[in-house]
Ligand binder design. Structure first.
Ligand code: CLF
Ligand code: SF4
Length: 493
């Protein structure tokens, strides 16, 4: 068998990464801080072990690790007013949307093919396109097959919760450590505005009665998972004027019942999607409204802010979707799992993360020491690895960080259309990118041309590539220090 090679696409595209890869392959680690992690002192080591490589449960892990979804569960037992699973578009990114449905055997073939090609892969999720717990036989058959072939892959499901209590025991038996329940309400009156009907116990329920049953089953499922030590994330769709303020109460309830994370996502609503909310003009929240709600939940269950609202057949790091590279017609007829690439990648990442954590802690100290009382909103072009390593014109999203006297925090992302295609940038696309960067102070990227830089400046947004390939936090702290007149070395001495 040939020596494993790691694709230097994305994360591994820095000199530092090459050095670390070479060191890892020779059996040692160059990093003096290897083994450090972002684990907080008060975190149970067993929980850290469960989340450290999960891109959704650990914000830090999402710089390094990828998830894939297999669309094996098309049937659903409820109707949400924001869902229409008939709609299919390869460029569309939102839950419930897939290009092809798979049988458990096809899913296994796809997972092995992806694991052989995408060394960052750490999690297999089943997130529909219907409900993973309602379409249980296919979900279970898929997990069993994959766990047999790739024992170290984490298994994860997402469910509306109605059928969840029936399967918690089997989930625990299959070592499924991560379950997401979408909970949009705890008040059935609110629920009746979101769910027109549910199908439960062989009959259809509508209105407030339907929402009440759904609520009871969701809470029961959450409590059963908590009792078994399975980490539970709650996804909530923020629907302005319907449940936006109500989500504060939802946050309190789910926290009291042991939820590990709360992920408040914006409603995606467009008449072209054919959903009830889309067709009736229900709008989604603006980014500032979403941020205000998330900020107000500071005291509730820990918040997830890096969700990308993935398709049910997404593949890759959270900010990318490589699903179209792995459609059934592109898979080899016979696939045999080769663990080499993933193992080599993990060695590299173990060292790189230690370096990153040390650099981040130094950067935060610099920002805090500045004691400026001011904040900076920074948009970063990155393709992973926690570094400023993407060209401005190639970005399909920017990660947004806030530097303030409290430190440096990841606060979300802004999706954009790729500005530069085939070596040329389109003015209309740049207008859209600039609009998406509203209120950003500075853009950090690996490379930017004079033309987009000048156009951004006209809109009051600065951009620089002088920190290209630095760690994101290191770059932000240097910017912050320069902006507010602190000597970086003096701050950390
Ligand atoms: Fe998939 Fe969901 Fe598991 Fe992650 S996604 S089933 S927990 S592996 Fe992640 Fe995607 Fe957001 Fe979901 S970014 S939509 S939270
Ligand atoms: Fe769609 Fe999921 Fe709601 Fe079912 S639970 S209607 S698949 S969003």
């Amino acid at each position: 068998m040939s020596a494993p090679t790691i694709s230097l696409e994305g994360v591994a595209s820095t000199k530092s990464f090459d050095r670390l890869l070479a060191t890892a392959k020779s059996g040692g680690c160059a990093s003096p801080s290897c083994g450090l992690s972002a684990k907080t002192d008060d975190m149970d080591p067993a929980i850290w072990e469960k989340i450290k490589d999960h891109p959704c449960y650990s914000e830090e892990a999402h710089h390094y690790f990828a998830r894939m979804h297999v669309a094996v569960a098309p049937a659903c037992n409820i109707q949400c007013n924001y869902c229409n699973r008939k709609y299919d578009c390869a460029n569309e990114s939102r839950p419930g949307v897939v290009s092809e449905r798979l049988t458990p055997d096809q899913a296994l073939r796809k997972v092995i093919a992806v694991a052989n090609e995408v060394p960052q892969l750490s999690v297999l999720g089943i997130a529909g396109p219907g409900d993973a717990c309602y379409d249980w036989k296919k979900t279970k058959a898929t997990f069993e097959r994959v766990a047999r072939e790739i024992p170290d892959i984490k298994l994860c499901i997402s469910t509306n919760g109605l059928a969840l209590p029936d399967h918690v025991g089997e989930l625990a038996d299959m070592n499924v450590d991560h379950v997401t329940i979408t909970i949009n309400m705890i008040d059935p009156e609110v629920g009746a505005k979101i769910y027109p009907w549910i199908f439960y116990d062989h009959r259809r329920y509508t209105g407030v009665e339907a929402a009440r049953i759904l609520h009871q089953r969701q809470m029961l499922g959450l409590e059963m998972l908590t009792a078994r030590g399975i980490l539970t994330k709650i996804n909530s769709v923020m629907i302005p004027t319907v449940n936006d303020e109500h989500l504060i109460e939802v946050n309190r309830w789910v926290k009291e019942r042991g939820a590990f994370l709360h992920n408040v996502m914006p409603l995606i609503s467009d008449p072209a999607h054919g959903t009830y909310f889309g067709l009736t003009g229900q709008r989604g929240p603006k980014p500032v409204e979403l941020k205000a709600l998330q900020d107000s939940l500071g005291g509730g269950a820990k918040l997830m802010r890096h969700c990308r609202q993935c398709r049910a057949d997404a593949v890759g790091l959270l900010g990318e979707d490589r699903g179209q590279e792995f459609t059934l017609d592109k898979l080899p007829g016979e696939v045999i799992y080769d663990a080499g690439k993933r193992e080599a990648y993990r060695e590299v990442v173990a060292c790189e993360r230690g370096d990153h954590v040390a650099a981040k802690s130094q950067a935060v100290a610099i920002v805090k020491a500045a004691d400026s009382g001011k904040s900076l909103l920074v948009a970063v072009a990155t393709k992973g690895g926690g570094r400023v390593n993407e060209h401005f014109g190639h970005s399909k999203e920017f990660q947004v960080y806030e530097a303030s006297p409290r430190g440096i925090s990841f606060i979300g992302h802004r999706k954009v259309e790729q500005y530069c295609l085939g070596g040329r940038g389109a003015d209309a696309t740049l207008d859209g990118v600039i609009a998406a960067l509203e209120r950003i102070d500075i853009v950090l990227c690996a490379k930017i041309g004079d033309c987009p830089k000048d156009r951004l400046a006209e809109a009051g947004i600065r951009a620089t590539d002088v920190y290209g390939y630095d760690y994101i936090e290191t770059a932000i702290s240097a910017l912050y220090a320069a902006e507010f007149g602190v000597e970086p070395m003096a701050a950390t001495a």
